[in-house]
Design a protein around this ligand. Structure first.
Ligand code: COA
Length: 323
């Protein structure tokens, strides 16, 4: 089996910053409520750019960081809950923008765990020799599927994209990777697609195509899924949590992260946090964080980190990575 290494990362978020104060002019909320319940201060919201555009910018950043030619890519996997269209896939749209003519391209849907699911698929392709150089993207324009009158959801999310280049390598980078799903909890975090409509429909089942969430159930799921994910990737490795320099969690809510830190007795400074500036960008949170960490010089060659995500599906996943 081949080894797999992350050789480049990139990210992009729309320029428009929307603060909690601005949201309090749209819905009945306050900076105090949002900050104290979630840790979010502001998020980026697109003024028109769609998911493929954000994704392509993040991808070009990762390609530059990896110092490769787009023609070297033989696979593009794009994780999103907010694609441009049902078809073509957003991955194909990105392929055309970045000129990755030799790649096979497809999208995957695993909500906020999507980047880790994508990383897992890419890792298996490289390990088995089916691919050599893979672009994995997490990209979202969640603002187009939010109900801007629902204060319980619209304050939580933001738009953005992050990307990573994975390559067959002499040394191992993805040390272990884990994913799981629980479809029984599907109803706790939903965004319906187009309802069934045709001349033969006997009963109207129309649902509005916006995100709805049972916050308490998702919270409960997250604080169980995160410790499981951390334990799963460490259990067959020679490492303990003390060997891990950073945990890069899905950036949904500061209270979830604090809860997990306390439960596992991990110093909360080990968790990289940027949700105060982006909110929850679903599949994009982890690759955006990795890019910020890399650019800030926080990640050195040989560092061990754990990335961990959870979200709609329900889905969850984690990876132990040597940088
Ligand atoms: N501003 C002000 N008040 C708000 C509000 C907002 N943006 N959103 C909800 N409220 C109100 C509710 O209407 C409710 O009022 P009521 O008591 O008069 O009925 C009150 O605040 C408490 O609501 P509740 O839903 O019980 O709050 P909570 O303590 O559970 O916190 C979340 C809500 C969403 C912050 C919390 O459940 C959470 O973080 N869940 C996880 C969500 C998540 O991470 N989702 C993404 C996963 S990928």
């Amino acid at each position: 089996m081949n080894n797999v290494k992350i050789i480049g990362v990139g990210s992009y978020a729309p320029e428009r910053v929307v603060t909690n104060f601005e949201l309090s002019e749209i819905v009945d909320t306050s900076d105090e409520w949002i900050s104290s319940r979630t840790g979010i201060k502001e998020r980026r919201i697109t003024e028109g750019e769609n998911t493929s555009s954000l994704a392509a910018k993040a991808a070009l950043g990762a390609i530059k960081d990896a110092k490769i030619d787009p023609l070297e890519l033989d696979l593009i996997i794009l994780a999103t809950t907010s694609p441009d269209s049902f078809t073509p896939s957003t991955a194909c749209l990105v392929q055309a923008i970045i000129g990755a003519d030799n790649a096979t391209c497809f999208d995957i849907g695993a909500a906020c765990s999507g980047f880790i699911y994508g990383l897992n698929v890419a890792t298996q392709f490289i390990k088995t020799g089916a691919a050599k150089t893979v672009l994995v993207i997490g990209a979202e324009v969640l603002s187009k599927i939010l109900d801007w009158e629902d204060r319980s959801t619209c304050v939580l999310f933001g738009d953005g994209a992050g990307a990573a280049i994975l390559k067959r390598s002499e040394t191992n980078g993805i040390l272990s990777i884990f994913t799981g799903s629980d479809g029984k909890g599907a109803e706790f975090l939903e965004c319906p697609a187009v309802s069934v409509k045709n001349p033969f429909v006997t009963k109207n089942h129309e649902k509005t195509e916006v995100i709805s969430m049972n916050g308490k159930e998702v919270f409960r799921f997250a604080v169980k899924a995160m410790p499981t994910g951390i334990e799963e990737v460490l259990k067959d490795s020679p490492y303990t949590i003390d060997d891990i320099k950073y945990i890069v969690p899905h950036q949904a809510n500061m209270r979830i992260i604090e809860h997990v830190a306390k439960k596992l007795n991990i110093d909360s400074s080990k968790f990289f946090i940027n949700l105060d500036r982006y909110g929850n960008t679903s599949a994009a949170t982890i690759p955006i964080a990795l890019d910020e960490m890399s650019k800030a010089g926080l990640l050195e060659s040989g560092d061990k980190i754990i990335i961990i995500g959870f979200g709609g599906g329900l889905t969850f996943g984690s990876a132990l990575i040597e940088w």
